[in-house]
Design a protein around this ligand. Structure first.
Ligand code: ADP
Ligand code: GLC
Length: 481
């Protein structure tokens, strides 16, 4: 058996703040079970739902040195859908209402988690061939693996991979504190290692020390080598280009399946969506107090409300957008300025705009299953999962051509009758508006064309099937299997 350990800060169904959790929760079960034993290790956050905490079995505990501190490390486990999940328990670090809090606390929290995840392995008797890390929270793992852990027989030949889900978040804090927290020697705190622009940088450590680096789409893998998308690490990305590859994300096709989804009003599939999908739209219009008109062009947004997702373009164009013959349904939380912007427009255009400023799995499914189009004009987008969910539910994505959006949405070509969505190239509010208007025109005036676009969108396959094979290839290459 080839053994792989995923280490991450979130995973469905246990805890989720964004797409990272979807990936970590759905990819491991898609590896070939005859060949790969892929397990996952996560923090046990106090804020996890009781339902999950009650299912966890206590395995063991021990005390671990983190620089001058000695800390309790509990290890629990759950089997879920055939995958072994481990949880690191420490109520000092993993309390709080959300997985992430103040960065200075998170810096220590994830240094602890990273070291504890490695230290737990000999104790639970699982020796992976590869430790697969995700994002800055686990960036210290490749560093720890090259440092102290190499001294023991157990860790010597373990390889590491780091997947960058978002280069913007790097885990940056001052070097003195990070030295003190991690206990790593001064040797590591130079610009060719953990230091970046005078501070310590966890993600950089991971990128420098990992044996292989991946990111979540081919286009983003190229983009991050340029200053515009490189978040000040583009030089490093260029230097490590030979070890960097892009593998596009998939989504869980069982979880996101309009034919069986229990969270939506009316189930449908690629054959009957023309008749059946509209029932969801009617139900959602009623539920959200929108004008009940099943013909209205309904646009959905489900997103973290941050500038990454293009909300500056939307804010700028909102009034003009609302002059169009459309309805807009938003679900999201995040920066206050965007939350308030949507609340304002929902008040100004009652019956036309619905602002749902909260987090809800159920509402997200209803939106994917009800809207005609899905708007995602991101400034940058490592992969993006919402557009894949939209395609799966026959909701036409309108996106900016960046990162994974560019790789997964094929732009409509009216002359050849090809494409699965609409897209525009430049981060420009007028280009976005123009593209929305174009989509609207096709929707109202060329309904057959519109429906054929949905046929094509629902036929593309963004399950993990293809991408899981690419991860397997990468593992095989890395270990000479
Ligand atoms: P990111 O990880 O950058 O936030 P992705 O598109 O990769 O973006 O993934 C976002 C995930 O979070 C999707 O599963 C989306 O449905 C979900 N999501 C975002 N905001 C909400 C919300 N307010 N309620 C429910 N689900 C949400
Ligand atoms: C990040 C990115 C998003 C990606 C997700 C999962 O949150 O912002 O584009 O889909 O990770 O890889």
């Amino acid at each position: 058996m080839k053994k792989v350990l995923f280490v991450a800060s979130e995973s469905v169904p246990f805890i989720k703040t964004g797409g990272l959790a979807d990936v970590v929760g759905s990819l491991p079960k898609c590896f070939n079970k005859e060949e790969y034993d892929v397990r996952v290790i996560l923090p046990k956050y106090i804020c996890m739902r009781e339902e999950w905490k009650n299912k966890m079995n206590y395995l063991t505990h021990f005390y671990m040195d983190l620089a001058w501190r000695s800390q309790y490390v509990g290890v629990l486990e759950v089997q879920y859908e055939g995958v072994q999940f481990y949880f690191i328990d420490n109520e000092y670090y993993f309390s709080g209402p959300t997985p992430y809090g103040n960065i200075y606390q998170d810096i220590e929290k994830f240094a602890f988690f990273s070291k504890a995840a490695l230290s737990a392995l000999p104790v639970i008797g699982f020796k992976p061939d590869i430790v697969h890390c995700h994002d800055w929270q686990t960036g210290l793992i490749p560093v720890f693996l090259k440092d102290k852990f190499q001294e023991g027989e157990f860790f010597r030949d373990i390889k590491s991979v780091i997947t960058i889900h978002n280069l913007k978040f790097q885990g940056i804090w001052d070097m003195k504190t990070v030295k003190d927290i991690t206990g790593l020697p001064a040797y590591y705190f130079t610009p060719d290692k953990l230091e970046a622009y005078g501070d310590a940088n966890y993600l950089k450590g991971g990128i420098v020390y990992a044996d292989a680096i991946t990111t979540v789409s081919e286009t983003y893998a190229e983009e991050i080598k340029t200053p515009y998308y490189g978040e000040r690490l583009d030089g490093l990305m260029r230097a490590r280009a030979n070890s960097l590859r892009g593998i596009v994300n998939g989504i869980d096709y069982d979880e996101y399946n309009p034919e069986t989804d229990a969270l939506i009003e009316n189930n449908y599939n690629a054959r009957n969506f023309r008749k059946e999908k509209i029932k969801n739209k009617r139900a959602l219009q009623r539920e959200l107090g929108l004008e009940c008109d099943e013909k209205k062009f309904m646009i959905g947004i489900v997103s973290r409300l941050t500038d990454q997702k293009g909300f500056d373009l939307i804010s700028y164009m909102m009034d003009e957008l609302c002059q169009q013959d459309i309805q807009l349904v938003v679900l999201g939380t995040g920066e206050e300025r965007y939350e308030n912007m949507f609340r304002h427009f929902a008040w100004k255009y009652q019956g036309k705009v619905s602002a749902n400023i909260y987090y809800s799995e159920a509402m997200s499914h209803k939106i994917y299953a009800s809207c005609d189009a899905f708007l995602m004009p991101s400034l940058f987008e490592p992969c993006g999962l919402s557009q894949l969910m939209s395609l799966r539910y026959g909701t036409v994505p309108i996106v900016r051509e960046t990162g994974g959006l560019k790789d997964t949405v094929q732009p409509y070509n009216e002359y050849e009758s090809t494409g699965t969505g609409f897209s525009f190239a430049n981060y420009n509010a007028h280009e976005m508006l123009y593209t929305v208007k174009y989509a609207m025109e096709v929707y109202y005036n060329k309904k057959r064309e519109w429906n054929k676009m949905i046929d094509r969108g629902m036929a593309v396959d963004f399950s993990w099937h293809t991408s899981a094979r690419k991860y397997e290839e990468m593992y095989n290459w890395l270990c000479g299997w």
